[in-house]
Write a protein that binds this ligand. Structure first.
Ligand SMILES: Cc1cc2nc3c(=O)[nH]c(=O)nc-3n(C[C@H](O)[C@H](O)[C@H](O)COP(=O)(O)OP(=O)(O)OC[C@H]3O[C@@H](n4cnc5c(N)ncnc54)[C@H](O)[C@@H]3O)c2cc1C
Length: 394
């Protein structure tokens, strides 16, 4: 039976697949015949995406709330904490439900995009074509973008931590929050076997998403996050009375392992599956959007969605931090609170976005434990080099 043919196949209708379709339309490739396939039709209430950005962003019309300032609290209960003016950045929140409803409406007006609910069993390059097997059926296109294969296993020479969390949308009977300020990281919680902190994202004086987050090797039972969140709200915030609405639970892999940019010539990876999750923070959404834009621009300009490979020093720095945390030699709460308290906030955010110069990074590094990070940096380089040698030896 002949294969069904498209101009593009997009496997995975999460933010990365949908941001790619949006980016293609922006660069004038909106008429391409696209197959968008996912194993489920997502409603998206299971997550909210927060990120920082210099105004305006491509999904600004979907932003549910924005905060011009962030609070950070170090681990000491007595320390006053610090309010960070993050200009020129704004911290933004997009609710998954709004994102998927808006993209559904947008796609309804684009008959050139065929949406299919199905299991992607394979996506591979075959000569000049990408081939996908979906529920046993073969489809082909010159290019495929794949967000479905997320490698979760650890790799020799590299590190893997999990960012795991539980969040509640809470409503309080009286005014408890300042909707102009989000708490970015509050470390005034016990550090139990990992880096533990709380986000508080108020959307009105009585409503906030509060999220208990851990960076550690393995996830916890749900009741454990709930107990910590209750204790935090009561002991740190003095909030005993509240109603819980939507619950958000998640696990994000934090790894410095290399991700394949492509499978063969014709299948390009996107999203978390394409290594777009920042290893040291778990932030993904904005990176996914930027990556989608770069791929679409490359396709429009050169006819191929291949981006030039480059040595990324940030990957190495992420590896150093992950190793320092994973081996227990760096206390995560101390590291992040010091980095945020001792440097200009916008510079830290630019650094986490990988938008800083080498000189700015050297300046940032002086606020951390330089001898420790130098030692760990040598270890990371050695371990990667040794692993590559082992792999090359038959
Ligand atoms: C609860 C939660 C909250 C998060 N909050 C933030 C945040 O605040 N800020 C931030 O920057 N990042 C956040 N992240 C991380 C990241 O932004 C999200 O995980 C985001 O959804 C990643 O987008 P993606 O398109 O790469 O992957 P996904 O959203 O996972 O999309 C991949 C799609 O592929 C489909 N799929 C997978 N395998 C197959 C298959 N074999 N066949 C067919 N379909 C398949 C899945 O159904 C899915 O729809 C959060 C993650 C979670 C889980």
């Amino acid at each position: 039976m002949p294969a069904t043919r498209y101009d593009l196949i997009v496997a995975g209708a999460g933010p990365s697949g949908l941001a790619l379709l949006d980016a293609l339309a922006r660069v004038g490739l909106g008429d391409a015949q696209v197959l968008l396939v996912d194993r489920e039709r997502r409603r998206g209430d299971d997550r909210t995406w927060c990120f920082w950005e210099i105004e305006p962003g491509p999904f600004d019309h979907l932003v549910a709330h924005r905060w011009p300032a962030l609070d950070v609290h170090g681990p000491s209960a007595d320390a006053p904490g610090r309010r960070l003016d993050i200009a020129p950045y704004t911290y933004k929140m997009i609710r998954g439900g709004d994102f998927f409803a808006a993209t559904d409406a947008w796609l309804a007006g684009r008959p050139q995009v065929e949406r299919r609910v199905g299991e992607v069993q394979q996506v591979r390059s075959e000569g000049e074509r990408a081939v996908a097997i979906i529920d046993g059926e073969r489809v082909e296109a010159p290019w495929a973008f794949d967000a479905t294969r997320i490698p979760m296993e650890s790799v020799d020479g590299y590190h893997l931590l999990l960012q795991h969390f539980l969040g509640w949308d809470i409503t309080t009977p009286d005014d408890r929050f300042h909707p102009g300020v989000a708490t970015f990281m509050d470390f005034r919680v016990p550090q139990r076997g990992g880096t533990c902190f709380v986000y508080v994202l108020p959307t009105s004086p009585r409503e906030a998403l509060v999220e208990y987050t851990v960076f550690s090797p393995s996830v916890w039972p749900q009741e454990a996050y709930e107990a910590e969140l209750r204790t935090y709200l009561a002991d740190v915030r003095g909030i005993d009375a509240f109603e819980v609405g939507r619950v958000e639970i998640g696990v994000i892999p934090m790894t410095d392992r290399p991700f394949p940019a492509r499978y063969g010539d014709r299948v390009v990876t996107i999203g978390t599956a394409g290594g777009q999750t920042k290893a040291s923070t778990g932030y993904t959404f904005r990176r996914v959007v930027r990556h989608a834009q770069a791929l679409a621009e490359a396709l429009a300009r050169t006819g191929t969605p291949h981006l030039p490979a480059r040595w990324r020093r940030h990957d190495w720095m992420d590896g150093v931090l992950l190793r320092a945390l994973a081996t227990g030699r760096q206390d995560g709460a101390a590291f992040f609170s010091r980095l945020l308290e001792r440097n200009p906030p916008a510079r830290v955010l630019a650094f986490l976005d990988e938008d800083t110069s080498l000189a700015q990074e050297v300046a940032l590094m002086t606020s951390v434990d330089v001898p420790l990070f130098t030692r760990v940096g040598v270890e990371v380089t050695w371990r990667r080099w040794s692993a590559r040698r082992r792999q090359a030896t038959p």
